[in-house]
Design a protein around this ligand. Structure first.
Ligand code: FAD
Length: 403
């Protein structure tokens, strides 16, 4: 990319998270120019610990895109998950219930690392540490991104802009407020997440419902365990010293014949639980994708997968527009994506309410409903299949191969 203050590209992409990077690479593979603008530095992105469960369709796409070499070597494929409640263990056989579909454990930061490397190898523009990005003319045929880079004011003239800048980004605000409808639920609990340097205590994920609150045992590698505890959204991380975290995890996961391994905690944080959808996901020449337009509570492990599913549709629409001058897919972008978004919102909300302790449940009404549902899901093949097919995820919403 030139160092001229005024540059041109076909698609200006704001944000180098999973959505922006997958979109950029899909477009690159089809010969469409894009410039990615990212406010953080490369090292920060490559070490930002977040999601880690990849749906079958996400893995298939990364393979199709040719960025899965390390994933295929290092990732862990899971064929089932465990629901634990009342001190008992119940396995949901994901693959048997879904005709062989599985989930794959591979950290989001590893996906991001692979995609940044692919972009660098392609010599395609990805600018880190850009500042003060502003969108202009999204209603016109010549939208513009203005920003500062290395102290210089720059202008990027685009034919379309992809807002992939996450929940706290600026692109969503470029849609007029009388056009955008926002749906939001904030849950009365949060997740305290830790990364511990210790071998996982289970080969598969454990979703645990307990009267003291939800807990999740997950993993990132054979040496790294990821654990979560339901906590109060007002809690501060300082009020959770290591011993309190481990004590609480031991209490919630307790069951005969199973032991939780402890190890040094190398990452910790508290994440609020939120459901959020803004629509439409497009306005003029601006297309929003991923966390910029929707947030799901993490219980369903869907955030990253939903971001990838969005840009798969967006890339197909942009390719058809640039290659064939046909806008039909692009015009239907928001409508196509929102169907999956709301299905996923439902599943994430359902998993969340089934597994978390409701803080104001004085007569245990909610707790009894939860137990009834958990008994059903673990005894009825039909109910277990519904959980399994939603958890491994559905095929993407466009059928043509992108590559
Ligand atoms: C703390 C945390 C923990 C999570 N844990 C899980 C989990 O365990 N399981 C799960 O399934 N999901 C989890 N998620 C959700 C999942 O990580 C997201 O759904 C996923 O990152 C969405 O990808 P994205 O590309 O849409 O957005 P992001 O990954 O947020 O990427 C947006 C990018 O845009 C950049 N950006 C923002 N503003 C600007 C700007 N003005 N200019 C330029 N660049 C900008 C950001 O720096 C970022 O790199 C978690 C999210 C968070 C925040």
């Amino acid at each position: 990319m030139s160092d001229e203050p005024v540059m041109r590209t076909q698609v200006g992409i704001v944000g180098a998270g999973p959505a922006g990077l997958v979109l950029a690479h899909l477009l690159h593979l089809r010969g469409i120019d894009a410039v990615v603008l990212e406010s953080r530095d490369r090292d920060y992105l490559e070490h930002r610990v977040r999601a880690g469960v990849l749906e079958q369709a996400t893995v298939n796409l990364l393979k199709e895109m040719g960025v899965s070499e390390r994933l295929e070597r290092e990732a862990l494929v899971h064929h089932g998950l465990e629901l634990r409640f009342g001190g008992r263990r119940h396995r949901i056989a994901l693959d048997e219930l879904t005709g062989g579909r599985t989930i794959t454990i591979y950290g989001q930061q590893e996906v991001v690392k692979d995609l940044i490397a692919a972009r660098a190898n392609a010599g395609a523009p990805l600018l880190f540490e850009v500042e003060d990005v502003r969108l202009e003319g999204v209603d016109s045929a010549r939208p513009v991104l203005r920003f500062r880079h290395h102290g210089e004011q720059r202008e990027l003239r685009c034919e379309a802009i992809a807002g992939c800048d996450g929940f706290h980004g600026i692109c969503r605000d470029a849609v007029p407020s009388d056009v955008l409808t926002v749906h939001e639920r904030v849950y009365p609990y949060a997740w305290l997440g830790i990364l511990a340097e210790v071998a996982p205590s289970s080969d598969e994920l454990i979703y645990c419902q307990h009267e003291r609150g939800f807990a999740l045992h997950s993993l990132r590698s054979p040496q790294l365990t990821r654990l979560y505890l339901q906590c109060d959204p007002g809690d501060r991380i300082e009020s959770w010293p290591d011993q309190r975290i481990w004590d609480e995890l031991h209490t919630r996961f307790a069951c005969d014949g199973w032991e939780l391994h402890e190890g040094p905690i190398v990452e910790r944080g508290i994440t609020p639980m939120r459901s959020f959808v803004a629509g439409p996901m497009q306005h003029g020449r601006l297309y929003l994708a991923g966390d910029a337009v929707h947030i799901v509570p993490a219980t369903g492990a869907k955030g990253l997968n939903l971001a990838v599913a969005d840009v798969r549709v967006l890339a197909a629409g942009l390719v058809r527009w640039f290659d064939e001058d046909d806008r039909s897919l692009l015009d239907a972008y928001s409508e196509t994506c929102l169907r999956r978004v709301w299905r996923t919102q439902y599943f994430s909300w359902w998993m969340t309410t089934m597994l978390h302790r409701a803080p104001d449940d004085r007569d245990r009404f909610q707790a009894n409903l939860q137990r009834a549902q958990l008994d059903y899901v673990t005894s009825s093949p039909a109910a277990a299949t519904s959980l399994a097919e939603n958890y491994v995820g559905f095929e993407h919403d466009v059928s043509e191969r992108i590559v």
